[in-house]
Design a binder for this molecule. Structure first.
Ligand code: COA
Length: 299
């Protein structure tokens, strides 16, 4: 059960947000939380039925919401949806790029088209949406005053910090997303007062990502040795989005906030803490008494 938000209910009062992939999973939860905190919300997705039920759900919580059908891989869809959002709500303050594609496949079994498909959705799609939204997000843009630009949040991952089995496509795509985040933060932060940041969620329960990338069949029963044992909640990611989208994050630009409970740092523990305590001094004495790697003639 998600906790109550620690943010004030009006931190995004009067703001307008557009979210790709906003109809389900992490994208929906961010839409919901931005809406609960005062934003009007446009959600973009490929499936009309999913959009309709998401919009109905948002509206049932009193959130002004519209659903716009489209694919981030098509520039004309991106352009039409940004325009429709502004036409409906009068302006655009927040763009969240949450649309993504992924599946498990060994690199040798992945076709170049499969690789390209994920790059197209995650990386090119993110750039396309940012590019189409720029004229509305910049300070002094339509519906904006001269002092404040809008903000962009790109949903990323931690896959590429090291290397992740069977996700060469998504790892490459999210590495590009992080790079886009930094480049736009630099160029658009300087020129247009637009803050551009990312969020890298770890394993989050009740998401397509978890179901596709760590299906039941692959999870150990007791979580032994698995960071996945401790799943995050969609709420955790949405709170990070609220922080970045609100004035709480007004000096944060060009960073990707990892929301994974430290999962990406985890390695299997080779010894218990007790064993380390017992062994460490013994090993130290042995090492001093007989240093390794020193030529015999010097001893
Ligand atoms: N293993 C290997 N290759 C796969 C694959 C799989 N599980 N799923 C798709 N592909 C390949 C296809 O074979 C095709 O390549 P080819 O033309 O060389 O055969 C290519 O990827 C495109 O597949 P297609 O089904 O035409 O793409 P799509 O546009 O209909 O769907 C996906 C896009 C594949 C990314 C789909 O999984 C999707 O829509 N995902 C969105 C939701 C999601 O994944 N969320 C998880 C976020 S973590």
């Amino acid at each position: 059960m998600a906790m109550e938000s620690p943010f004030k209910a009006d931190v995004l009062k009067g703001k307008v947000a557009l979210l790709t992939g906003g109809g389900s999973g992490i994208g929906y939860e961010i839409s919901y939380q931005l809406g609960l905190h005062g934003a009007s919300v446009a959600i973009m997705g490929r499936r009309q039925n999913i959009l309709e039920s998401a919009v109905a759900s948002l509206q049932s919580h009193g959130i002004p919401a519209i659903g716009l059908e489209g694919d981030v891989r098509k520039r004309e869809d991106a352009s039409r949806i940004v325009e429709s959002t502004v036409k409906h709500f009068g302006k655009l303050d927040i763009l969240v790029n949450a649309a993504a594609g992924n599946f498990l496949v060994a690199a040798e079994d992945l076709s170049p088209n499969g690789f390209r498909t994920v790059m197209d959705i995650d990386s090119v799609g993110t750039f396309t949406m940012c590019h189409e939204a720029l004229k509305y997000l910049k300070k002094g843009g339509p519906g904006k005053d001269l002092s404040n630009g809008g903000t962009i949040i790109n949903i990323s991952a931690t896959l590429h910090y090291t290397a992740t089995w069977y996700q060469i496509h998504a790892s490459a795509a999210k590495a590009a997303v992080d790079s886009i985040t930094r480049s736009l933060a630099l160029e658009w932060g300087t020129d247009y007062d637009i803050r551009v940041n990312g969020i890298a969620p770890g394993p989050i329960g009740d998401t397509a990502g978890l179901n596709k990338l760590a299906p039941e069949e692959m999870r150990s029963k007791d979580g032994e040795g698995m960071a996945l044992f401790k799943l995050g909640e969609k709420w955790d990611v949405a709170m990070a989005a609220l922080y970045l989208a609100s004035d709480a994050g007004k000096y944060v630009n060009g960073t990707t906030l990892v929301v994974d409970g430290g999962e990406y740092l985890s390695q299997p523990r080779i010894l218990s803490k007790e064993a380390v305590k017992q062994l460490s001094r013994v090993v130290e004495r042995r090492s001093r008494a007989a240093p390794a790697g020193i030529p015999k003639s010097k001893l």
